[in-house]
Design a protein around this ligand. Sequence first.
Ligand code: XMP
Length: 333
Amino acid sequence: NWSMGKFVDQEILRIRKLVGEKGQVLGAVSGGVDSTVAAKLMHQAIGDRFHAVLVNNGCMRLNECEQVHKTLSEHLGINLTVVDASKLFLDGLKGVTDPETKRKIIGGTFIDVFEAEALKIEKAAADSDKAGKIEFFLQGTLYPDVIESISFKGPSATIKTHHNVGGLPERMTEGQGLKLIEPLRELFKDEVRQLGRELGISHELVMRHPFPGPGIAIRILGEVTPERVEIARQADHIFISMIREAGIYDDISQAFAGLDSNRAVGVMGDKRVYGYMIILRAVCSTDFMTADAYPFTNEFRKAVATKIINCVDGVTRCLFDETTKPPGTIELE
Ligand code: XMP
C-alpha cells in the first residue's frame, strides 16, 4: 500500500542512484509549489550538489524574490542563486503589446539568462574537485502537464505558448546533454501539496496560488513598462492581502490584479485625473482547465476597490472580471 512517506524514501533512493555519488543537478525555481517541492526533494537526496536558480524577470509580485530567497535558502537550506535580470526583460518588452510576442520574449530571455548562469555554476563545479559535472536538469512536471504536452503535440498545437520556469527547451536538455529528472511526473497537484507537507514545507507555501512564468507581464494588457508593472504589483498586493485577511485565500484557486490598456477619468481631491484601470480576477478551479469566478460579497468588492484607488497612485477605476473559463482563460493574456 502506497503512502507519501514511502514515496519520499523511494524517490530519494532513485535520485541518488541516478545521479551517483558526485553527480550534480541544476534546476530553475519560481517560489511556486511544484518547483519548491521538487527542489526540496532534490536537496534531501543530494544536498548542495543540487543547484537552484531563481531568475528575477522584473514581472514578479511585490517582494517576491526576497521572500523566495528567504524560504528556499534560509528555511529549506537549498543551494540557491538569484539572478536579477529585471532590466534585460523589461528592456526586451519595450513597445511590445501582442500577448504571444510578450510570452516569446520572456521565454527566450529566460533561457539566455538561465544558460549563462548554468555555465557559471558548471565552471565553479568543475574547479572544485568535490563534485562531478552537472549532468541533470530538475523539472517540476506534474502528471497533468505530461498529459497536456502529449495532446499539444497534435496538429491543433498550442493555445498559448506556455512558459514554465521548470521547463527548458531542447537547446539545454538535448543540446547540452542535460538529462531530465522529473520526480513529480506521476503526481497530481493535491498530491504535490501532500508531498510538500511531508517534506516540512509550510502550509502557506504549499497552498500558494499558481503564478505564471511570464508573471505580471501577461496580466498587463498593452505595453509592459516598469511604471505599469509597479501599478499592477501594488494593486495585486492589496487585493491578495485583503483576501488573506478575509480568510478566503484557500477557498480561491487563483487571484490577481491586472491592468487594462485603456484609461478612465476620475476625480481625486478636487482634480480630474486620467488614470489607470485595474482588473481584479479571482477563480475557483480544480484542474485549471475550467474555472468559475469566485463569488465575493459586494461589501468585499467595494472595500477592495476603495483601498486600491486610495493607495495606488494613478488608479481611478477597479473592474471585476467575472468571466468563466471557458470561454475566458484564467490569465488575461
Ligand atoms: P490560462 O490563462 O491558460 O491559465 O487559463 C491556466 C493556468 O496556467 C497558468 N499559466 C501559466 N503558467 N507559464 C506558467 O508557468 C505560463 O506561461 C502560463 N500561462 C498560464 C495560469 O496562471 C493558470 O494557473
